[in-house]
Design a binder for this molecule. Structure first.
Ligand code: DC
Length: 258
């Protein structure tokens, strides 16, 4: 557990990095100043396509280093859940932006695990459904939605040593990160991993369909207008296709230097 962030109310048990609607944010609307160097924070950015193992790897790297792990996908998922609950469709951009501007997303760390709250409620258990996943990829293309979360992510990075994963971390959120990793794996490897995962959950599925879904999602993530998934020039490419989880974690940690 970490001490309070300045956004958390007194008397709360955990750190909360809370997004407040712009009219309530201190200095609202202004760009976050990147003062990480002054504060000597070490930030690791991990980007890559869906199913490359980013969250598993990022979590383990963070744990080994004693850093916090910030799963930015869960933040987008939380705003998507807010939209679903508000009965807004992804096509209604203005309404989506309005709902997002009026929702509070907060991250907490309980025993090193990230908990995500929507307007105070722990929604960690509700954001992994297909419905939320689909809504997420649709609203994540809206610039005002991204701005809200990017600011919050940049703010956290000025205060903590962290490993942050997503699609635009090295390119947009933390362009000055001390270490940038682009984690990928072949489509067939990612499809096999997902297939195994679903089978273990007892979900019937077809590996060819999974492979096609992965290809489509890659295409959407890499070709969207706003903050597309891309490997920045200074990012180290790690292809996990033929590596174990431990090997990937050790490789990344091998690149860390203070
Ligand atoms: O990593 P994930 O599957 O939880 O991400 C959910 C969606 O959010 C996915 O469609 C990509 C999007 N996303 C994004 O656009 N930018 C990020 N930094 C993280 C996720």
């Amino acid at each position: 557990m970490f001490p309070y962030s300045k956004y958390s109310g007194g008397g709360k048990r955990f750190t909360e990095y809370m997004f407040l609607p712009p009219n309530k944010v201190e200095g609202g609307g202004e760009k976050i100043v990147d003062n990480r160097k002054e504060e000597n924070m070490y930030n690791i950015a991990i980007d890559g396509p869906a199913g490359a193992g980013k969250s598993t790897i990022a979590k383990l790297v963070a744990k080994k280093l004693g850093f916090i792990y910030v799963d930015t996908g869960s933040m987008y998922r939380t705003l998507a859940l807010a939209c679903i609950r508000a009965g807004v469709t992804a096509q209604e951009k203005e309404k989506v932006v309005d709902v997002c501007n009026n929702s509070e997303v907060a991250l907490e760390y309980v025993d090193g695990n990230q908990v995500v709250r929507l307007n105070g409620e722990d929604v960690s258990a509700f954001i992994r459904t297909e419905e939320v996943g689909n809504m997420t990829s649709s609203i994540a293309v809206y610039e005002p939605v991204r701005e809200i979360l990017v600011k919050m992510q940049q703010k956290i990075a000025t205060e903590k040593d962290l490993v942050m994963d997503g699609r635009d971390i090295g390119s947009v959120v933390l362009p000055n990160a001390e270490l940038k990793i682009y984690l990928t794996a072949s489509v067939s490897t990612r499809a096999r991993r997902r297939y195994k995962e679903l089978q273990e959950k007892g979900v019937e599925c077809n590996i060819n369909d999974i492979e096609r879904d992965i290809e489509e999602r890659d295409y959407r993530d890499m070709n969207r207008e706003v903050s597309p998934l891309t490997q920045t020039e200074d990012a180290i490419l790690v292809d996990s296709s033929d590596m174990t989880i431990d090997e990937v974690v050790d490789k990344i940690i091998g690149y860390v230097s203070r």
